[in-house]
Ligand binder design. Structure first.
Ligand code: UFG
Length: 322
């Protein structure tokens, strides 16, 4: 099967591109390199430096003939999305509209889309099921929700077969492919920067949440487990149908628990400093992933220890020698 991976020079896209190659797929990566890295694109994948905002260029790539598209390309920083919502609507929504237009013109009938837990907003009930109310609290989540709706109607009207995978907190690495953000905001990479001596301490954002230790609880999922779900969803897609699956471990870990695991894994004391809550952070986000388990037989296999250990090996491998 020949597949196009948009955003395949980014963290999750590059991991999934590698897994697809390992699974015997023919892979082409499309990425504008605005946040991705050319050297993250796996050897064995063809590369097209193209922006989805360029409809003609996107159409030319799709004219290569694809059985399916895995669509990761997006702006994905919650904080930035609140400062520059227009950037998020243009890139994420207009970019995806162009992609759908090009897929339709070229008769490409399968799509797996990177959606997010941020589509739900502050949950009324935890764990969060796919039929929970969607009320995003930030522009990033709002753009992903708008795209989910666009995809549903595309399936109804034009017979696309699609899956939206709503990620919770993705962590870990696959060998040389891991998180490499210019400005890091995510907990696990930041904690590991402390262990590497690049920061003095990790700030714990909020210690007065209604959780067992007062810090916020999140559902961490290993990027390799997440990637496997994409391959299953691609194979299972059915014309005219749009399915939505939450992807998490189903278990929550607090910020303090994550820091403790990182201390164990790295052997570094990792000083933590209590700080105020970060604006817009819900107290608990945990996925109910029963739907994908039942319908596709997917299971998370990796533990939080595995995620931190793999992210740690990746972070150390990127340190200058010496
Ligand atoms: N945190 C800290 N200190 C830090 C960084 C993070 O205490 O230096 C805390 C956060 O406040 C939060 C938890 O660690 O409680 C996890 O934060 P991340 O930034 O790692 O992840 P988020 O849960 O904020 O974001 C994730 C995804 C987003 C997605 C969101 C859904 O990364 O893409 O879940 O709400 F939108």
């Amino acid at each position: 099967m020949k597949v196009l991976v948009t955003g395949g020079a980014g963290y999750i896209g590059s991991v999934v591109a590698q897994q697809l190659l390992d699974g015997g797929y023919d892979v082409v990566v499309l990425d504008d390199l605005s946040t991705g890295h050319r050297d993250a694109v796996p050897e064995g994948a063809a590369f097209e430096e193209v922006s989805l905002l360029d409809l003609d260029a996107t159409g030319r790539v799709l004219a290569g003939g694809f059985d399916g598209v895995l669509h990761f390309a997006a702006k994905s920083l919650v904080g930035e999305s609140m400062e520059r919502p227009e950037l998020y609507y243009r890139n994420n929504v207009c970019g995806t509209l162009n992609l759908l237009d090009a897929m339709r013109s070229q008769g490409c009938r399968r799509l797996v889309f990177s959606s997010t837990a941020a589509t739900y907003g502050e949950p009324a009930q935890v764990p969060i099921r796919e039929d929970a109310v969607t009320s995003p609290t930030n522009a990033y989540g709002a753009t992903k929700l708008a795209i989910d709706a666009m995809i549903s109607f595309e399936c109804l009207a034009h017979g696309l077969g699609a899956a939206s995978l709503r990620y919770f907190n993705v962590a870990g690495a696959l060998g040389p492919r891991g998180e490499r953000h210019a400005v890091e905001t995510h907990l696990i990479p930041i904690v590991l920067q402390v262990a590497l001596g690049q920061r003095d301490a990790v700030a714990v954002f909020g210690t007065d949440y209604p959780t067992p230790d007062g810090t916020a609880v999140r559902d961490y999922i290993h990027v390799q487990d997440l990637g496997r779900a994409h391959l299953l969803a691609l194979e299972a897609s059915r014309a005219g149908k749009h399915v939505i699956y939450n992807l998490g471990n189903g278990a929550g870990f607090s910020v303090r628990e994550v820091v403790d695991v990182a201390r164990e894994v790295t052997g570094h004391p990792i000083p933590a400093r209590d700080a105020g809550r970060r604006a817009g952070d819900p107290s608990v986000l945990v996925a109910a992933s029963d739907r994908i388990q039942q319908e596709l037989g997917w299971q998370a296999e990796k533990t939080l220890q595995d995620m931190v250990a793999d992210a740690w090996a990746f972070a150390r491998s990127r340190q200058p020698a010496g």
